[in-house]
Ligand binder design. Structure first.
Ligand code: ATP
Ligand code: FE2
Length: 330
């Protein structure tokens, strides 16, 4: 079956075409501003403007005609209400027009499902580290459960806030990674920063405040700051991931989210796993960041599990939690 996936939980709007277990097309565009701030209504306007072009592009890339589509899947939760509505409305219109079934997908679960498809991981703990989200998720007793999460901001938003204070532009993650690598090559000393882990939860607000003071003091180089931030923040993430693995008795990690593109984070997860005789996996960057391929793939699984939703009932849920969703297709 050919599946069209539509992603619109936040600033990325994407469309993908899947056939069975193969990605035929995965197209996306992201709303951006110089400073990185985003007004939900403006992002929705951007998505409305480009959505038909992105879907057309996905069909062209996949060399399929819209009439070949057998299922339409869209991200129904969680995210910004304004942008979710654009994707849901488009998906509903297409399903009605093409007379094809429609399913809604939880975005966080989709990150985990694409990780399982694209890597050898079968029953992993997922470290989902993106802009807005930081969660440690694993499947247990019929649901994906959140074992740990951020108590304040997502790790990507934290990195972007730190990067903005350092004048690195947006998104700051890749620039921080480059500067940290330079810092490591220069053998800079690790700075002391607040390490905030509570059980399996983490928080970043205190560290961000401290960093802003340190930046204002002009005593530290960008390289030393970035190196120290990465070492300490990633150690926090790896610690809570390891605790969840021990708790659930799982032997695999799969990474998800834009921050997981960071090679140092991938390396630290791998060495933690090696010590536990476990394995850490990361799909390609294209499938780590927000993408519609994961929505198409998860949509197909949801369809096989519970069938389609009626277009008039195909809503959105900006606040749905990962463990609100019953999963029988594991
Ligand atoms: P979500 O809606 O799932 O929270 P998102 O909209 O924030 O996702 P993503 O593409 O998953 O989008 O993640 C973007 C974040 O990833 C940004 O905060 C960015 O700075 C960060 N990032 C990207 N590349 C890197 C990198 N190499 N190292 C660290 N952080 C990175
Ligand atoms: Fe995401």
């Amino acid at each position: 079956m050919i599946v069209l996936g539509i992603e619109s939980t936040a600033h990325t709007f994407g469309a993908a075409i899947f056939k069975e277990e193969r990605v035929l097309a995965n197209v996306k565009t992201a709303f951006s501003t110089k400073t990185g701030g985003m007004v939900p209504a403006r992002v929705a306007d951007h998505h409305i403007e480009i959505c038909d072009e992105i879907v057309r592009q996905a069909c062209d890339d996949a060399r399929v005609s819209p009439k070949d589509i057998g299922l339409v899947a869209y991200s129904r939760s969680p995210g910004l209400g304004h942008t979710l509505r654009v994707g849901a409305t488009l998906a509903r219109s297409l399903a009605l027009l093409l007379k094809k079934p429609l399913v809604g997908v939880n975005h966080c679960i989709a990150h985990l499902e694409i990780g399982r498809l694209m890597t050898p991981a079968e029953d992993p703990v997922m470290l989902y580290a993106s802009g807005a989200n930081t969660q440690v998720v694993a499947y247990e007793a019929g649901r994906y459960r959140i074992f740990g999460e951020t108590l304040d901001i997502g790790v990507g938003n934290f990195l972007d806030g730190f990067g903005r204070a350092l004048g690195l532009g947006f998104p700051a993650g890749p620039a921080i990674e480059r500067l940290a690598k330079k810092g490591a090559a220069q053998n800079v000393a690790l700075l002391e920063l607040p390490y905030s882990v509570k059980g399996m939860d983490v928080s970043f607000g205190g560290m961000l405040t401290k960093l802003k003071t340190m930046i204002r003091s002009k005593k530290y180089s960008k390289e030393q700051l970035c190196f120290s931030v990465q070492e300490i923040v990633f150690a926090m993430l790896v610690e809570v991931t390891e605790r969840a693995m021990a708790h659930c008795d799982k032997k695999e990690v799969v990474l998800g989210g834009g921050v997981a593109c960071n090679k140092r984070l991938q390396e630290m997860c791998s060495s933690m796993c090696k010590e536990r005789k476990a394995k850490s996996h990361a799909p390609r960057n294209e499938f780590l960041v927000d993408n519609a391929a994961m929505i198409a793939w998860t949509g197909l699984r949801v369809y096989h599990q519970s069938g389609a939703v009626k277009p008039e009932q195909a809503g959105i849920d900006p606040y749905e939690r990962t463990d609100d969703v019953e999963v029988n297709h594991y």
